[in-house]
Design a binder for this molecule. Structure first.
Ligand code: ADP
Length: 395
């Protein structure tokens, strides 16, 4: 081999070595790059999974809350609506333009055009009735024309407010009547009847009757408001004893009205509760039975433990209650015959108090009645759990 050939072979070998080294470096760089891409990919995957988890958690929360939540994109399309929103806002809508009723559609449109500002957007509020419910909704601008609507069912609150308003109006009306009568009678007494002793007596008797009516009304209103504040004194109460005491208290009146009063409460029956409230409940039922029964009738009171309850029945052979009024007699100020109720000293609150006491002791009251034949009021109050058979009272 010539020297030139040796040189060429050496250069060739060197070139091959350099090439191999270069290739090896390139390969290791690529492997490193591939390793770092795989790590980045894994990181991205983890972040995507984390994000998906967060979205799922938020969706789960939004799906369980009672408030309706709708998100409108800047172009008005519905991007998200939770199940409550579909339930509260009625029929399905895909965009802001399809939202009903009009007041909500207007609120969404107004919120969408609110200028973007540094401070939180002012919600555009609206309230409307749909599907028999009262819904309060707020549309809030959430940047770049997107809008979030939060809707809430306000039916129960509005109902309570209406009942309160009606009650205040009714109570004021009921109070005004005897007060006006007292004023008029006192004036007549002073001006017209001052020289006529017989007329004076007549007016004084009427004055007294109106004052009693006013006192009864104020008393019942105070009882009702106290009862709404929750149970007063609470302990073991022997209902049989309370019943006997109330019967004794009312017997002279019943007999004076020509009525027989028969009690059947052979066993002591104890419940847990307020003795004074339970006494008031029994008093009101007996008082009604006496007031709404004509001469010669019979009022019965029975008490026994039955199916885990103390069961009290007050029965009369009186006027009875028309079937259409049976559901309403427990409402405050509801009277079947207002003139008769007032004429016998009724306030229209007696049975509302009865129901309140029964329910605040975990029980209930029902009425059965045949017009012209009589009525039976049945109160059931749970016996204490440990008692099994009717408990023997502590007192
Ligand atoms: P009131 O003071 O008018 O008696 P209540 O709330 O006690 O008010 O009773 C409501 C209405 O139910 C009464 O006005 C009366 O029409 C009717 N009622 C209650 N108890 C009896 C009864 N035992 N027999 C007939 N009607 C009754």
């Amino acid at each position: 081999m010539t020297a030139l050939a040796w040189v060429l072979a050496a250069v060739g070998a060197l070139a091959a070595m350099v090439l191999a080294a270069l290739l090896a470096r390139e390969r290791s760089r690529s492997a490193e790059a591939a390793r770092s891409s795989a790590a980045e990919l894994a990181d991205l995957d983890a972040r995507a999974a984390d994000q998906a988890e967060r979205v799922r958690t938020r969706e789960e929360i939004l799906a369980t809350i009672g408030d309706g939540i709708v998100l409108f994109a800047p172009n008005g399309r519905v991007v998200y609506a939770n199940p409550s929103a579909r339930d509260l806002l009625g029929r399905r809508f895909a965009s802001a333009g399809e939202v009903t009723p009009e007041s909500l559609r207007t609120a969404v449109a107004r919120a969408a055009t609110e200028p973007n500002g540094p401070s939180p957007a002012t919600p555009v509020q609206t309230e409307f009735e749909t599907g028999g419910r009262i819904i309060e909704a707020a549309a809030i601008h959430s940047g770049d024309g997107a809008v979030v609507v939060v809707a809430r069912d306000r039916t129960a609150e509005r109902q309570v407010e209406r009942v309160r308003r009606d009650f205040v109006a009714n109570a004021s009306h009921e109070l005004k009547t005897p007060v006006a009568s007292i004023q008029a009678l006192a004036e007549t007494l002073r001006i017209v009847a001052s020289d006529d002793p017989a007329a004076q007596d007549r007016f004084l008797l009427r004055l007294e009757a109106e004052a009693v009516r006013l006192a009864n009304l104020v008393g019942d209103l105070l009882d009702l408001s106290r009862l709404e504040g929750g149970l007063g004194d609470s302990g073991s109460v022997n209902l049989a004893r309370v019943l006997t005491e109330e019967v004794d208290r009312l017997r002279p009146r019943a007999e004076g009205a020509g009525l027989k009063l028969i009690v059947d409460a052979p066993e002591p029956v104890s419940v847990v509760g307020s003795e004074s409230d339970l006494g008031l409940m029994i008093h009101n039922l007996l008082d009604n039975a006496i007031r709404y029964s004509p001469d010669g009738g019979e009022v019965g009171a029975t008490l026994a433990g039955r199916d885990g309850d103390a069961e009290l029945r007050i029965t009369d052979t009186g006027l009875g209650i028309p079937a259409r009024d049976l559901d309403r007699v427990f409402e405050r100020f509801y009277r079947v015959d207002p003139a008769r109720s007032r004429g016998t000293g009724g306030t229209g609150l007696g049975l509302a108090i009865v129901r309140h006491v029964a329910e605040s002791h975990g029980g209930d009251v029902e009425v059965r009645s045949v017009l012209g034949a009589g009525s039976t009021f049945i109160v059931r109050i749970p016996l204490p759990e440990t008692s099994g058979p009717p408990a023997v009272a502590a007192s």
